[in-house]
Structure formats: structure tokens, C-alpha cells
Design a protein around this ligand. Structure first.
Ligand SMILES: [Zn+2]
Ligand SMILES: [Zn+2]
Ligand SMILES: [Zn+2]
Ligand SMILES: [Zn+2]
Length: 336
């Protein structure tokens, strides 16, 4: 039976961002709150060595800086064979390239062979950075790895500005929603009502055919914001008036991918008679999200919308859906 000597782990360097005092995890390159670039030097004298190029802590037994990849081989100091636990480091994962050496999370290079390393960060973070693909959490403004906007909102500024203005003129009070570009499908998790995820492929896709025009992105955002708004005000769905109008919103259903194709229509559909769009007829939650989208993209101008309903012979219940939302929006602003 192999004997495993328990090593007292080296105290991991602990630090706060010098600008905003946010607590940082070891070896984050940027502060996720204020995006300040970090340098992890040997401030606690763990190893007595720093990389000549990036100034980060290294071991003098390394041949390569695990942080910037610089060649730091020094005869007489650097180890000819990879070491399991050079002073100051706990090397717990194998080098991706099978050089026989070990690496420590989140080293970007193997300290022995110098080759770039990749890490599976699914269990460590809530999502992936839309720029560099490494792990980020929903609250992060900046990616701790590449320093870019971790939300990806900087990639769709025009659509977001338009949506913000539309909400403002529709007089819908901000409920602190947060838009994030993420891989997967667009949608809102009811357990995280304020987080609106937009499939990043539509915006940063390598496959150009996936890109969608920004006006359509506005429609998609307004629709998803409708889901977020409803989850955020879920108690409202329990009121008799809401139920009479939209029905049972918690009826089981599964979201669908590629829904955005439905959101390009700005005109009210003639069919189905009791819904604002064909997509709205799929589920009461979609019905609400579509009602919300039309309400917002038409700037809350019911008179205009209702005139269009009249021309298209829409059902009475559709008017009521918009009135229910309109009254609720007004109530939130403190009017009655
Ligand atoms: Zn900071
Ligand atoms: Zn370096
Ligand atoms: Zn290696
Ligand atoms: Zn990044």
C-alpha cells in the first residue's frame, strides 16, 4: 500500500485588490470587480524567486514560468527532473502534454516543459467568459483571466442601449436584471430570476450564419427580459386577474432552442386570435414573455396596439393581457 505523506499545504497567497479591496482567488490575473491587473509576486517569501519577465512567484527549480511561459531555466538551480512538490507550490495535476511533470491550478504553462495547459473549470465557475472561454461567475464584471468584460455586454452595446431606452419609455421600473452572454441556449433560470442569459453564438459566433441582426437581438432581449420580469414578480402570477388572463404559468414545459427566429416579427400576428404571436400560444409563460416584448417594443403605447388588434380582429382576452401588464407596471411605479 503506497504510503501517502500528508504535506502541510503551503499557505496560499491571499490578497485583496489594491484598488477596490475585493477578495481575490490565488493567481487571478485581473480583479473581477474593477478589472485591475494583478501581480502575484513572492511577497510572503515562500520561494525567494520571481519570474524576471512577469514578476510572479516561481520556484527556482522550475525551467519555465508557469504564469507567462518565459524560459527561466538556470543551470544549477532548475531541476533536471520534474519535482512533485517544489517549495511554495502544490503540484496536483498532470501536465496536459504528458511530460511527466505536474502543474498547479490555475497555471497556464507547465513549469517543467513550458507547454500551455487547459483547465476544466465547470465545477469552479457558473459560466464561461465570452472572450477567452475560461471560467467566470455571474456577478463578475471583468474576466479574472483575460480582463475583458465577463458579461459580454460590451459585445452588444447597441442592442442593450436600445432595450434600456425602451424599458424607460415604457415606464417599467428596473428590477436589476443582468444580461450575460453565455454558451448554451438563451433563457432565464427561475431560481436566478434576474440573470438573463443570451446565447453568445448569435453575437460572437465563428459560424457567421448564426449571427443575428441587432434589431432581432432587441426582440430576443425583450422576450427574455419578459421571463425575468415574471419570475421576479412571481407572486403576481397567483392573483386571480393574472390567472384568468394568462392561465396556469407553472404548467410543465421545456424551453426550446433557436427561439429567436420568432422574435423578428414586430407586427401583431392575425392568428392565433387570442395571442399576440404564434409563439405566444406555446405556453402561458411564453404568452407573457411575448406580451411583454410587444408592450416594450411598442413603448407601452396601448392605443396604437389596440388599434392594430381591432384591424386584425383579435380576441378580447388579448386586450386584457396588455391591460393586466399595463396596470401592474403602473402599480410598480406607485400609481394606482
Ligand atoms: Zn478591484
Ligand atoms: Zn513569468
Ligand atoms: Zn509538461
Ligand atoms: Zn476572459
Amino acid at each position: 500500500m503506497p504510503r501517502r505523506k500528508r504535506r502541510e499545504p503551503y499557505p496560499t497567497p491571499e490578497t485583496r485588490c489594491s484598488t477596490c479591496r475585493e477578495e481575490l482567488k490565488p493567481y487571478w490575473r485581473y480583479c473581477p470587480k474593477c478589472s485591475r491587473q494583478q501581480r502575484w509576486g513572492d511577497t510572503h517569501h515562500f520561494t525567494g524567486a520571481e519570474c524576471y519577465r512577469c514578476g510572479w512567484i516561481v520556484s527556482d527549480r522550475f525551467s519555465c514560468c508557469p504564469w507567462c511561459g518565459a524560459d527561466i531555466y538556470e543551470e544549477g538551480h532548475s531541476s533536471e527532473e520534474p519535482l512533485r512538490a517544489p517549495k511554495g507550490f502544490r503540484l496536483d495535476a498532470r501536465c496536459d502534454w504528458g511530460c511527466g511533470g505536474r502543474v498547479q491550478y490555475p497555471m497556464s504553462h507547465c513549469p517543467w516543459c513550458g507547454k500551455p495547459q487547459s483547465w476544466n473549470e465547470d465545477a469552479r465557475f457558473e459560466g464561461d467568459c465570452p472572450r477567452c472561454g475560461r471560467g467566470v461567475d455571474d456577478w463578475m464584471n471583468a474576466c479574472p483571466w483575460c480582463g475583458h468584460d465577463a458579461t459580454g455586454r460590451d459585445l452588444i452595446p447597441r442592442a442593450l442601449t436600445r432595450v434600456r431606452r425602451l424599458l424607460l419609455v415604457s415606464r417599467i421600473r428596473d428590477w436589476d436584471y443582468r444580461v450575460l452572454l453565455r454558451p448554451g441556449i438563451s433563457g432565464v433560470d427561475p431560481r436566478h430570476a434576474k440573470i438573463v442569459e443570451i446565447e453568445q453564438r448569435y453575437v460572437v459566433g465563428k459560424r457567421r450564419r448564426d449571427e443575428i441582426p441587432w434589431t432581432l437581438l432587441v426582440g430576443l432581449l425583450c422576450h427574455e427580459l419578459g421571463h425575468s420580469f415574471l419570475y421576479h414578480h412571481w407572486a403576481w402570477t397567483r392573483t386571480p386577474r393574472f390567472r384568468r388572463t394568462f392561465g396556469e404559468v407553472d404548467k410543465v414545459y421545456r424551453g426550446m432552442d433557436d427561439t429567436w427566429v420568432y422574435f423578428q416579427r414586430r407586427r401583431v400576428a392575425i392568428n392565433p386570435v387570442d395571442h399576440v404571436s404564434a409563439y405566444a400560444a406555446k405556453h402561458p409563460q411564453e404568452d407573457f414573455a411575448e406580451t411583454f416584448r410587444f408592450y416594450v417594443t411598442r413603448r407601452g403605447r396601448l392605443r396604437e396596439l389596440f388599434a392594430e388588434f381591432g384591424r386584425k380582429r383579435k380576441g378580447v382576452i388579448l386586450y386584457e393581457k396588455f391591460l393586466v401588464l399595463h396596470d401592474f407596471v403602473r402599480a410598480l411605479r406607485g400609481w394606482t
